[in-house]
Design a protein around this ligand. Structure first.
Ligand SMILES: C=CC1=C(C)c2cc3[nH]c(cc4nc(cc5[nH]c(cc1n2)c(C)c5CCC(=O)O)C(CCC(=O)O)=C4C)c(C)c3C=C
Ligand SMILES: [Fe+2]
Ligand SMILES: [Fe+2]
Length: 340
């Protein structure tokens, strides 16, 4: 018996056993595609001051008085169109990514997954890893492009958990990987293979990233630059595809000015300018979700074809593709170096 395994007095804190935890994190999603669960999810998400940077005294009355009384019904309808037997696509795919990483990284590490908003929560999953004996955790927000509203808020939430502990676990965080050759390579490989499987040849490939208020760029958030760099590197890497590329920002929310050009505007512009065959990809999303499956694949197709376009394909995110999992394994192993 080692000293670590010896019985300790009942009030002694649990002994740590030197295991390594990996927690992959994505945004979060409602528990069900219904008004109540969507309202609970939006209340938590849109109350995060990293997401909506309006002082709570001004924002909370708008959120509680208007948005949470109107948006949940509309959003629940959208979620219902993409929901699967296993649950919300974002949660299902994130869980499968974590399971695949567990299989690839082996018994040296415990891999689990969490959602920034809703469940399974970051603090609960950190506790689960610590209860399993992990005294080092690699926190991996699966956002290639850094922003306050994505990577930083995940780190904040994990830090809140550490704040309540006397004997903290060690924490490493996965840096943004927007320009990592492994990520650009994975995107190029996966998109090329999806494009090759289409029954038509697109004239243009739209690279659509989630939008942010324009003000965040002016305040120094690197998100816009990260998206542009991903886009440039991917275009360079796919230069022999013969495609024309355009970068756009989707999912505008609220009346403020957001990053431009807006994806819906670009789709209509393309169709009006005579483009008949178009494909769209969302390189900033690690997993397909409402924003890709409903907003791009359903609404985007309608916008393009109603404006005169003929053939439209919304390409899948990296999800659990071989290229996507190879890339994830590579970037996680790099951050784990020295630990395993
Ligand atoms: C990939 C990065 C994301 C950024 C940046 C981001 C910023 C951001 N989002 C909103 C408002 C909403 N986003 C919603 C859904 C949603 N957003 C992301 C990712 C980013 N958001 C994902 C992956 C999803 C899909 C979640 C899912 O369950 O599938 C929604 C909810 C849906 C709806 O009602 O339309 C809202 C609202 C803001 C304000 C914002 C600003 C920084
Ligand atoms: Fe969003
Ligand atoms: Fe959306």
């Amino acid at each position: 018996m080692t000293w670590q395994e010896q019985q300790l007095p009942g009030d002694h804190p649990p002994v740590k056993s030197g295991k390594i935890g990996v927690l992959v994190v994505n945004l979060g999603t409602p528990e069900a595609p219904e008004k109540g669960p969507v309202k609970r999810y939006l209340a938590e998400f849109l109350s995060d001051r990293r997401v909506v940077e309006i002082p709570p005294i001004a924002w909370q009355p708008i959120l509680r008085g208007i948005i949470l009384n109107t948006r949940p019904k509309k959003s629940a309808h959208a979620y219902a169109q993409v929901w699967t037997d296993e649950g919300s696509p974002l949660a299902v795919i994130t869980r499968k990514q974590a399971e695949a990483m567990q299989a690839r990284l082996g018994d040296d590490v415990n891999v689990d997954w969490a959602m920034r908003y809703g469940n399974p929560s970051i603090p609960d999953q950190m506790q689960k890893l610590m209860d399993a004996g992990c005294d080092r955790i690699l926190l991996a927000p699966l956002y290639p492009q850094y922003s306050g509203a994505t990577t930083a808020t995940v780190v904040d939430k994990a830090a809140d958990k550490l704040r309540e502990m006397r004997w903290q676990t060690s924490l490493r965080t996965l840096p943004p990987y927007h320009d990592d050759p492994a990520y650009i390579d994975a995107l190029a490989k996966d998109l090329t293979s999806q494009l090759g499987a289409l029954d038509f040849e697109p004239e243009v490939l739209i690279l659509s990233f989630h939008g942010m208020p324009k003000r965040t760029l002016e305040l120094g958030d690197p998100y816009h630059c990260h998206c542009q760099k991903t886009s440039r590197l991917l275009q360079e890497r796919m230069a022999d595809s013969g495609l024309r590329f355009r970068t756009a920002f989707q999912s505008r929310f609220g009346p403020a000015k957001w990053l431009e050009p807006a994806t819906d505007t670009v789709l209509e512009e393309e169709a009006r300018a005579g483009t008949k065959r178009l494909a769209i990809a969302a390189p900033g999303f690690s997993a397909d979700c409402l924003e890709t499956l409903e907003e791009l694949a359903i609404q985007g197709k309608e916008q393009f074809t109603e404006a005169g376009g003929e053939q439209f394909a919304a390409l899948s995110c990296l999800n659990t593709s071989d290229a996507g999992l190879d890339m994830l394994e590579q970037i996680l192993r790099r951050e784990l170096s020295g630990w395993i």
